[in-house]
Write a protein that binds this ligand. Sequence first.
Ligand code: UDX
Length: 446
Amino acid sequence: MERIGTRKLRVMLVPLPLQGHLTPMLQLASVLHLRGFSVIVAHTEFNSPNPENHPDFTFIPLKDGVCSPSANLLDMISAINTNCKEPLEKCIVELQGQLSCIIYDSLLHFVDTVAHHLKLPTIFFRPSTAVYMQSYLSLLSLHGKMIIPLPESHLEEAVPELHPIIRFKDLPLSVLSKIPQVVIDFVKSFSDIKSSVAVIWNSVEILDDFSIHQQYQVPFFPIGPLHKMASSSSSMPTSLLQEDPGCIAWLDKQALKSVLYVSLGSLATLSSEALVETAMGIANSGQPFLWAIRPSSVAGSEWIECLPQGLRGVIQERGLIVKWAPQKEVLAHPAVGGFLSHCGWNSTLESLSQGVAMICMPFFGDQMINARFSVHVWEVGVEIGNMADRKSIEEAVRALMVDEQGKEMRCRAAEIKHKLHLSMVKGGSSCRALEDLVEFITSLSA
Ligand code: UDX
């Protein structure tokens, strides 16, 4: 029961204003609202969610001083951590003890500082896997033991104490040169759960390994995939960019499982050469495709001006390029047979939840680890580097969409889809974790 007397329990959520972090936090807000909590979202003005899309939540903007998207994410996150401290404190004080707890994105450590000072419990929220978080602890340990920098010859070796498929080259930071102190401080700031009383993971028992909780000795709740757990509001719009709905009508005209969906998420960028190589590889495969290319995601271009006119003609014959797609709807469409993805964690979960196999083209952060798991543990993908030439891209598309290998991957992806479904229904791991989380938050107000 989430009420004390007749009062609904109220939680505050503080998201990081980047698509891959904001979306799962809003989904978490929706999950908690469905379980009877009253939800306040305290958010930056930069990349603000649109309150009109979420009439059930109360939104409180925090002055962040971030005037424009910075090319340097570390600078942007540091600015938010510094500038939002005072506004958040003021806002909590004004709420006069009405909050049960604050759930904050792990990169926003200022929230824990403010809440701790005001004696309010916090819960640490990670939108990615526990295995990925563990890789940062490994990096800190390697740095502490002065093992970094490592010679290039070690890149293919497995990282001690991590899953054996994770090599030094899959780590989120390069081990070839000394890691600057400012980066080490940043990693320490988000890999420490500080005074948080629990951790929520947008992850699932069957896909992840939570041994990191030998270090984080607090209760943890793997309640993913959140986009599915928030099912009754799965159409809840969370995109910062305008989705192009026209691609669904285009998909409706394509044959079953024939289309390759291509998207590299909300942050990765391509050089114009890489764009042309990818386009040539996909075009030469002969497979129909839907490609979401964000404006400004190709270096030196507003959008796709650098694609030669002739190539655009070929592309138009069997493909569609949009600026931003309704991705969850696309992945659920029966015409989609594969996903060329950067392997951001949301995209990976969205793909697995629909049983869609992948071509993995990881760029940074957790994407290399997610790609390794997709290819070598779950065996639902083929990997190509983000510098792949047209020939390897063409071969990968054929392997996934046409060859026997692709059929087998689709079967395994369908099995994972089923297992994910089981984890979310009564008795399943994510369902139980959510029940425990609700009870845990309730107990904080008792
Ligand atoms: C970033 C990191 O790259 C990622 O590795 C980390 O796990 C989270 O933060 P991002 O690039 O945003 O993620 O990728 P991802 O996690 O996959 O999130 C992208 C979101 O945008 C997904 O929910 C996807 O459905 C959505 N999207 C993407 C669209 O709705 N339309 C598109 O056209 C492309």
